[in-house]
Design a protein around this ligand. Structure first.
Ligand SMILES: [Ca+2]
Ligand SMILES: [Ca+2]
Ligand SMILES: [Ca+2]
Length: 321
């Protein structure tokens, strides 16, 4: 009994210590900048997006849409922005999309609880079409049309940082495979091939590329184990998107290797059969490859190279204890 308690305490201690040590490293992702004053990581996205797409991108990256909590945080973000980017304004995570005229954060807090320094005459809901909020370079807020595409800022607090030790990444839902030395995530949210590519990329990973029969066997296994039958909706079952596609000069992995040189190129019966109509790569649930129309929504698998995130750091888990 005593030994068991001791063991559990020790385990608890280790888990706390490990999370703590990742926080000490103050590393979330290479593309996020840590600001000490607010104990948070930030990324100014330079590819302009609509407000809703911006919100989704932050979530895909494991972060949240920036909502400056107070003047201090607004100043910290503005200083970072002034030092790095030319844009006149950025979207932040505040809108009145749920109840017209009531501005709330993406977490549902009223704007009066956070930074709410509106510009003169704002919010003015011009043409009755302005429900999303931008932060301007002078530190003031303005409501704008949500379909406009602007740069935006994502945020991750140090406090909320978790670390998937085996995969060496902040995404807790990737699973390490010892034999292959890789991590995988089976996505149960059906997407088109392009969307799937973007989701994996936002997770610092890539649409899985099969390099060997062993890896094909593993992807078949995780596909079989995924709770696919619980997912409702209109999408294509029976295949998952993978990281290969048809180029002008034939089928290639998304790394650019010819499929026949990739280590695995077992096509399904009669496949590929779609000619130029089916140029995106999928795997049938049995592991055989299939060409598919790119706009079909399917489940998909992302693959992550362990260590690819923190290779630039001088130390890794374990060395600093
Ligand atoms: Ca306005
Ligand atoms: Ca692979
Ligand atoms: Ca086909």
């Amino acid at each position: 009994m005593f030994r068991q308690t001791l063991f559990i305490s020790l385990l608890f201690f280790l888990v706390v210590k490990i999370s703590h040590s990742q926080r000490e490293k103050k590393f979330f992702r290479k593309d996020y900048k840590y600001i000490e004053a607010t104990e948070s990581f930030y990324k100014i996205h330079t590819i302009h997006k609509t407000w809703q797409d911006a919100k989704d991108v932050c979530a895909m990256e494991g972060a949240t849409f920036l909502v400056p909590e107070d003047q201090g945080e607004a100043n910290a973000v503005l200083a970072f922005w002034n030092a790095t980017q030319p844009y006149s304004w950025v979207y932040i995570g505040v809108s009145s999309l749920i109840v017209k005229g009531v501005f709330e954060t993406v977490e549902g807090q009223p704007i009066s609880d956070v930074y709410s320094n509106w510009g003169p005459g704002e919010p003015n809901d011009a043409n009755g079409e302005e429900d999303c909020v931008i932060l301007r370079r002078d530190g003031t807020l303005n409501d704008v049309n949500c379909v406009n595409k602007y740069p935006f800022v994502c945020k991750k607090t140090l406090d909320s940082l978790e670390w998937n030790i085996k995969c060496d990444m902040p995404n807790m839902d990737y699973v390490f495979n010892e034999a292959l030395g890789k991590c995988y995530k089976f996505h149960l949210d059906p997407r088109t091939w392009r969307e799937a590519y973007a989701v994996c990329s936002a997770e610092s990973s890539y649409l899985a590329i099969i390099d060997s029969q062993a890896e094909a066997d593993h992807l078949v296994k995780i596909t079989a184990e995924a709770p696919k039958d619980d997912v409702q909706g209109d999408f294509l079952r029976g295949a998952v998107h993978l990281g290969f596609h048809k180029r002008k000069d034939g089928w290639k992995t998304i790394r650019g290797t010819k499929l026949e040189n990739s280590g695995y190129s077992k096509w399904g019966n009669q496949q590929p059969d779609g000619g130029d109509n089916e140029t995106c790569g999928t795997m049938f649930y049995n592991g055989h490859l299939n060409d598919l129309k790119c706009d079909h929504k399917c489940f998909f698998i992302c693959e992550h190279d362990v260590g690819s995130l923190s290779n630039s750091l001088d130390f890794k888990f374990g060395d600093d204890e």
